[in-house]
Design a protein around this ligand. Structure first.
Ligand SMILES: [Zn+2]
Length: 284
C-alpha cells in the first residue's frame, strides 16, 4: 500500500526503547483469542490465567536501547495508519453530527502496563476500553508473516484498523451495550455476542479502507487480497487449530475465517456504517 510521505499521528506513544524482561510465555498468537474476551468479561490482565502469566516486576523497564532502522520504519508505518484512521473516523462521525475522540496507540516490546493491566507480546494486539488505547507489540506482525502466512503491509493495516474499530464501537456505545448483556446471557450466548462484536470490528476495518482509499488513494495491487487473507488468517478457527490441533466452536470469540473475511469485504465495498449490524439476524 502507499503510505509514505503522509501525516503521522501524534497519538502514538513509543515505549519500545523501554525494553522489559522477556518472559517465558505460551503462544503469541493464541493470546489474541483470549485477551478481548478476557478484558470484556471484566478481567484484568493482571489476573492469573493460563495464557497470561505475570512476573512480579512486570512493566518495570530495563535499560533503554536504540531502535533499529527497521523498527523506526515500522513505527512510522503504524503512525501513518493511525493518522489515516483519525482522518476517516473524524469525517464519518462529523457527517453524523458526532465528535470522534481519537484513541491513543502504544507500541511496546515484550511487556508494558495498560489501563487493563499488564500487556505483553503473547497477548497480541488489543484495545483497552479503560484508557481508550490500542496496544501493539510489533513482534505480532512478524508472527503474522511467519506463522499465519499473512504477510504484507495492508495485512498490518488491517490489524491496526480492526483494533481502532473496537474504539469506534466504544465511542458509539456498542461495547457498553454488549457488556451489559454479561450476566443476563449464558456463557455460550455471551460468547456469540462477543463474536458479533469482533465481526463488526472487522466490518469497521473494511469501512475504514473504503474511505481511506477515496480520500488518499492508498491501495496498490494485491492489498485487498492481503487484507482478506489477514482477516481470514486470524480467525479463531484457524488460530485454535494451530495452537490446539482442534477447534471449539463455543469458545470462538472472533468468528471463523470465512465470517471475518466476509464482514471485512462488506465494509470495504459499501463504506456504509448502516450496513454493519452484525447483531440482528441469526446468520453471521
Ligand atoms: Zn478484536
Amino acid at each position: 500500500m502507499r503510505w509514505r510521505d503522509r501525516r503521522q499521528s501524534t497519538n502514538v506513544e513509543d515505549r519500545r526503547t523501554m525494553g522489559g524482561r522477556r518472559l517465558a510465555v505460551g503462544s503469541g498468537i493464541g493470546g489474541i483469542v483470549v485477551v478481548i474476551l478476557y478484558l470484556l468479561l471484566g478481567g484484568n490482565l493482571g489476573d492469573q490465567s493460563p495464557e497470561i502469566q505475570l512476573s512480579p516486576d512486570a512493566g518495570i523497564p530495563s535499560e533503554g536501547r536504540a531502535l533499529t532502522a527497521e523498527e523506526k520504519e515500522a513505527g512510522a508505518f503504524v503512525s501513518v495508519i493511525l493518522a489515516d484512521t483519525e482522518d476517516v473516523w473524524n469525517m464519518l462521525f462529523q457527517k453524523d453530527g458526532k465528535t470522534y475522540q481519537e484513541p491513543r496507540l502504544v507500541l511496546f516490546s515484550d511487556l508494558t502496563s495498560s489501563g487493563c493491566g499488564t500487556a505483553q507480546s503473547a497477548t497480541g494486539p488489543f484495545y483497552c476500553p479503560e484508557d481508550e488505547t490500542v496496544y501493539i507489540d510489533l513482534g505480532f506482525f512478524a508472527d503474522m508473516q511467519q506463522r499465519l502466512n499473512a504477510p504484507g503491509d495492508f495485512a498490518m493495516a488491517y490489524v491496526i484498523t480492526h483494533e481502532v474499530g473496537h474504539h469506534v464501537q466504544n465511542q458509539l456505545g456498542i461495547m457498553d451495550q454488549v457488556m451489559s448483556l454479561r450476566g443476563q446471557l449464558s456463557e455460550a450466548e455471551f460468547n456469540q455476542a462477543m463474536v458479533r462484536l469482533e465481526l463488526q470490528a472487522d466490518f469497521l476495518a473494511g469501512v475504514w479502507a473504503h474511505h481511506a482509499q477515496r480520500m488518499k488513494d492508498i491501495l496498490e495491487e494485491g492489498d485487498i487480497e492481503e487484507g482478506i487473507n489477514a482477516a481470514g488468517a486470524v480467525g479463531d478457527d484457524r488460530i485454535q487449530s494451530m495452537t490446539q490441533g482442534y477447534v471449539v466452536p463455543d469458545s470462538f470469540t472472533h468468528g471463523t475465517s470465512e465470517q471475518r473475511a466476509r464482514w471485512f469485504i462488506k465494509g470495504l465495498k459499501t463504506g456504509d456504517l448502516s450496513q454493519g449490524d452484525t447483531f440482528s439476524g441469526n446468520a453471521l
